[in-house]
Design a binder for this molecule. Structure first.
Ligand code: HEC
Length: 310
């Protein structure tokens, strides 16, 4: 049932989950073609070029990654802002319109230790070139960074992409719902929606999707506290709890701006807990429950207070 429901939501919002080759494939494949173009260029001119246009490189539209041929210099943008003349450009920014990420975001996330190795080294023909790509392969703030070089490096021989920062390592599983905000339309007729309440032992009328989610919250935080007391490993809560912003309440009109603002605050506390589980971040989560319930419905406040770390 859940799979069916998910496919309905995905179909309606037109969002795509990861499909096709792994996302960092773009970066590695492009770096290899850059090195091939540079090698051909060197054979003709006895030098490498830090200008993609000069060697005939341009990433295809829709590129997720930033391509950098030099530590410094102007970059070609793929957003509304003006770009330098192609012959002076030393790289390409990501396609902001399709990827929703701006050049500066990627540029500032590039570790200085990698940036320092980029561009030309030596005086051509006795020279080497190193090129990097930087992107955000998922939704967290960590970036994915690769580089390729015409010289042998400790991490890999010439022409092999080296992975400096892996955005996809040790990541929590991708969230089950690709987009979940106040703007996400709720799908009529799904279990827990008005007229289709879930069978419940507690409530003779049945449970809404949101009420069932709340039950999960209580169970999740009770379990979190126990696991932490035993110093065990905790799975992140955010991927499932984010559903708070797009679950059917019993009364559809309860899902308004005020509710959503309180949901955002709660989810921020959950993210902080996931990043660093502690007594302090745990209690901040419970504060988030309380803040919303003081406004929406006071009934569960006792259950919420019982979750406090004593
Ligand atoms: C953004 C607002 C919001 C936050 C944050 C929130 N709740 Fe709720 N909660 C609600 C609403 C609204 C309902 C009523 C659900 C419905 O309409 O069916 C509810 C219902 C409940 C219920 C009753 C469920 C039932 O069986 O009917 C419990 C228990 C509960 N919440 C506990 C919690 C706990 C624990 C947290 C924090 C971990 C929390 N809530 C965070 C808004 C919130």
């Amino acid at each position: 049932m859940r799979a069916l429901w998910l496919s309905l939501v995905l179909g309606l919002t037109g969002c795509n989950l990861v499909k096709g080759p792994p996302r960092d494939h773009e970066c590695r494949a492009r770096l290899r073609s850059i090195i091939a173009l540079e090698t051909t260029f060197y054979a003709q001119h006895r030098r490498y070029s830090v200008h993609p246009a000069e060697v005939g490189f341009a990433p295809q539209p829709g590129n997720r990654y930033l391509y950098l041929f030099s530590r410094e210099g102007p970059l070609t943008r793929r957003d509304e802002l003006p770009s330098p003349p192609l012959r002076t450009s030393v790289g390409y920014g990501p396609d902001t319109r399709t990827r929703g990420v701006v050049l500066e975001e990627l540029l500032t996330g590039l570790p200085p230790s990698v940036r320092d190795t980029l561009g030309l080294e030596g005086t051509c023909p006795d020279c080497e070139l190193t090129v990097a790509c930087v992107g955000n392969a998922d939704q967290d703030p960590t970036l994915d960074v690769w580089s390729i070089s015409t010289r042998d490096r400790p991490e890999g021989v010439r022409g092999t992409p080296v992975h400096h920062v892996n955005d996809l390592a040790n990541e929590p599983p991708p969230p089950e719902v690709p987009d979940c905000t106040l703007a996400t339309p709720l799908v009529e007729g799904v279990p827990g929606s008005p007229g289709h309440l879930l069978p419940s032992v507690r409530n003779p009328n049945g449970d809404s999707e949101l009420a069932a989610l709340m039950r999960r919250f209580v169970a999740d935080w009770e379990a979190a506290r126990q696991t932490m007391e035993q110093e065990g490993h905790l799975a992140p809560r955010f991927p499932s709890h984010r559903q708070l912003r797009c679950a059917w309440p019993t009364t559809a009109s309860d899902r308004d701006q005020t509710y959503d603002g309180l949901a955002i605050n709660y989810l921020a506390a959950v993210k902080a807990f996931d990043a660093s589980p502690s007594r302090r971040t745990y209690d901040a989560v419970v504060d988030g429950c309380r803040a919303c319930h003081e406004v929406t419905c006071g009934g569960p406040l006792q259950v919420i207070e019982a979750l406090r770390w004593k």
